[in-house]
Write a protein that binds this ligand. Structure first.
Ligand SMILES: NC(=O)CC[C@H](N)C(=O)O
Length: 202
């Protein structure tokens, strides 16, 4: 099983090394044929408006939408979470998303008060205590549909109570950046998700 990291823009290298540390085979994905050769995908943090524009330029937006709709396991962090949402609030009018997770996310939601902050986030299904979550011009999830599992919320500071980790079937998203803190638990969780999906597909 090979996990791709969407490498149009953003913190690609950090995700590749986190996945390697989880003993997963990982490689960057930019073009449709590279997407065809992976079984699962990580969409990194960065800037969702730029990423969506580059996805169109590289001809990979529609292929990505098809893979997401077809059940490929995807993990999106921060800008990646925005890319996975069905609805983007405070987005650019021409911003495109992959419409995988039935949720409305608000871009730069915490940023009205502070650019970045760090705090503890407990994630359902991941043991070992709360994450030290790093939020950088992060979105939060404003609302979710019935099929979405809320996995984590901010517990303190600006936006306490806001949803910042969700899962819908094979799609996982966090508003924070576990690839920046050396805590591999979210990546391990995703690698397990991807392996389980790979097994059921045969
Ligand atoms: N760290 C991040 O990924 C920031 C996300 C960025 N604010 C966006 O709108 O895409």
């Amino acid at each position: 099983m090979i996990i791709g990291v969407l490498a149009l823009q953003g913190d690609v290298r950090e995700h590749l090394s986190a996945l390697a540390e989880c003993d997963a085979i990982a490689r960057p994905v930019r073009r449709p044929e590279e997407l065809d050769s992976v079984d699962a995908l990580v969409i990194p943090g960065g800037e969702s408006t730029t990423m969506s524009k580059l996805a169109i330029d590289f001809g990979v937006l529609e292929p990505l939408r098809k893979r997401v709709a077809g059940g490929m396991p995807v993990y999106g962090s921060c800008a990646g979470m925005i890319m996975l949402a069905t609805e983007v609030l405070d987005g650019r009018p021409d911003q495109q998303s992959l419409a995988g997770i039935d949720m409305a996310v608000r871009r730069n939601a915490f940023g009205r008060q502070v650019d970045s902050f760090e705090g503890p986030v407990e994630i359902d299904g991941i043991d070992g205590g709360p994450f030290h979550a790093v939020f950088i011009r992060a979105p939060w999830v404003e609302s979710v549909g019935d099929e979405v599992d809320v996995l984590g919320r901010v517990t303190e500071g600006p936006g306490a109570g806001r949803i910042v980790a969700v899962r819908q079937r094979n799609l996982l998203a966090t508003a924070f950046h576990p690839e920046l803190t050396g805590d591999l638990r979210v990546h391990r969780y995703f690698v397990e998700m991807a392996r389980a999906a790979d097994m059921t597909e045969g």
